[in-house]
Design a protein around this ligand. Structure first.
Ligand code: HEM
Length: 512
């Protein structure tokens, strides 16, 4: 039946071919059509690569922008998907470099002035997903003041007011946050292996954040979210660096859609819960948006807080295990603050007491410098722009990679070393020359809305484990996660396995 159909199709094709009918069988004809299609696609891809590289040259130069040579059809997918950071790091000293996902270009900027312009000027926007561009979380109370502001002031206003609202919430819920992070630390300590440690900390942090952000409690949803956030997040990043995966990973595609669907379902339940509650700070934060807008913001908040904090917790545990002198200093500082505030234990700390822990703050910030959990900040110019003497056409993807800036030899002294004291005299960007090269939380109007909460959670975990535990991390020889060698554990496929592998071997010792 199938053969008959193809024969019929082939005869029809032959009827349209303006030369004598031949006896070429249908399958040979189909192969010719497919091969022809591939040749045309490859030719188009070569032309696109050539044309884009020519178009994205420095204004008065004839050299291509630096970057690995792309291959026809796949661009740089292969080196990028297995070795993203290492590939990008080769060009870290170049202010701007060019890469291709298939034949779609993206540029990476590592120059401070260019980063400042992209993140801080308002000329660059987040890209759209499924035709929708997320808008910033805002605090509608201040928005409703109907101030006459310029665009830039308006953006600044939105960002600042959302942070103020979060701070008010944190002050009122600090004891819940302390309890939640202590539970998270205990869940790591009592896990039987690395995989369970990773899973447990994510679950506990999700549980805590759902509670403090939305007042929402549901064990089943916490469990599903933990799984979804990790699996769907990994799949999303892998697709970003290699869109061809969609073609061959059928089951993964199916699962991906299932995850997205479940995420939306949970998001809807959280929205319904919010609607049934009296107005809280988070209602103001999300703002007066329609149902879909609210769902987008709620899901965005859940995603933004669920993977970043747990990953950093694990890196903190790893780093502290390597630096006993840092643990000692944390213990001393905690004892000093306990003494000066006349508190029996850290469980009684207020936000002000926690703010006294300046050294712990430095430790957390240095950990976020070495291992920033947010892999890429994506932007695109609204109209043609010039960056570092290169004309960037409107809508060209421009990526800023926190890890690259944090390891940039031009901006940091001993960039590979763990030196918390570098943040002692400048809490905002350490010993680097500018705010725009220390960007674990981004910068500008779209900077992380939850960074106060994140820093607080990380600080609590740090002081708790240092106060109550001594622990070791063991790795097989040669598998130590040296920051420049293994920076990407959390984002590529093979590296995800490696991350589990490493964390499987991470063993927390006994109580001191
Ligand atoms: C260590 C923990 C965290 C890190 C490293 C982190 C990092 C980031 C970064 C880099 C961005 C900016 C993305 C961009 O510019 O494209 C961002 C945005 C955001 N983060 Fe976080 N984040 C963390 C924790 C949290 C938490 C706990 C919350 C929840 C309260 C949160 C809520 C948000 C929101 C809502 C945005 C979007 C802001 C906007 O677009 O206006 N984040 N985060």
């Amino acid at each position: 039946m199938q053969e008959g159909l193809f024969n019929h199709f082939w005869k029809t094709v032959q009827d349209y071919v303006p030369y004598e009918k031949s006896n070429v069988p249908w399958w040979a004809g189909c192969s010719m059509v497919v091969t022809g299609g591939l040749v045309v696609y490859a030719a188009k891809s070569v032309f696109q690569l050539y044309w884009t590289r020519k178009r994205l040259r420095p204004l008065h130069g004839s050299q291509n922008l630096p970057g690995p040579s792309p291959w026809p059809i796949v661009g740089n997918c292969i080196p990028l998907s297995s070795n993203l950071y290492q590939t990008l790091y080769q060009y870290v000293e170049q202010p701007i470099s060019l890469y291709f996902i298939a034949s779609t270009p993206f540029v990476v900027v590592t120059d401070e002035a260019a980063v400042r312009k992209v993140l801080g000027s308002g000329m660059y926007q987040k890209p759209k997903y499924f035709g929708y561009r997320s808008s910033t979380i805002r605090y509608s109370v201040e928005m409703n003041q109907k101030l006459i502001l310029t665009n830039e002031q308006m953006r600044q206003q939105q960002a600042d007011s959302s942070r103020k609202a979060l701070k008010v919430m944190i002050d009122s819920k600090v004891s819940d946050i302390i309890d939640g992070m202590i539970e998270a630390a205990e869940a790591v300590v009592h896990a039987v292996d690395g995989r369970e440690q990773v899973e447990n900390i994510r679950r506990k942090v999700i549980e805590l954040n759902l509670n403090v952000l939305f007042g929402y409690k549901n064990d089943k949803d916490v469990g599903s979210l933990s799984h979804i956030i990790f699996e769907a997040g990994k799949e999303f990043i892998l697709r970003t660096v290699n869109p061809f995966r969609i073609g061959w990973r059928w089951m993964a595609n199916f699962r991906f859609f299932q995850y997205v669907f479940s995420l939306i379902t949970i998001g809807r339940r959280v929205c319904q819960h919010m609607d049934s509650q009296p107005a809280t700070w988070v209602h103001g934060w999300v703002g007066k948006v329609g149902k879909i807008g609210k769902l987008g913001k709620v899901v965005g908040l859940i995603m933004a807080s669920s993977q970043t904090v747990p990953t950093t917790c694990l890196w903190l545990l790893f780093l502290l295990s390597k630096y006993p002198q840092v643990v000692e200093k944390i213990r001393e500082e905690t004892s000093r603050v306990l003494h000066s505030t006349k508190k029996q234990s850290m469980e009684e700390f207020t936000v002000d007491d926690l703010n006294e822990l300046a050294y712990v703050d430095c430790v957390v910030k240095e950990c976020l410098r070495l291992y920033p959990p947010f892999p890429l900040l994506q932007r695109e110019p609204e109209m043609d722009d010039i960056l570092e003497n290169v004309k960037i056409p409107a809508r060209t993807p421009v990526y800023i990679v926190p890890w690259l800036l944090h390891h940039h030899p031009k901006y940091w002294k001993q960039p590979e070393d763990f030196i918390p004291d570098r943040f002692m005299y400048n809490a905002s960007h350490g010993d680097a020359p500018s705010d725009f090269v220390y960007i674990p939380f981004g910068r500008g109007s779209r900077m992380c809305a939850g960074y106060h909460l994140a820093l607080l959670e990380l600080k609590i975990l740090t002081i708790y484990v240092c106060q109550y535990y001594d622990w070791k991390c063991s790795f097989p020889q040669g598998k130590e996660p040296v920051s420049k060698k293994y920076p990407i554990e959390t984002i590529t496929h093979s590296s995800c396995n490696r991350f589990f592998f490493i964390m499987q071997l991470l063993s927390i010792g006994n109580v001191s």
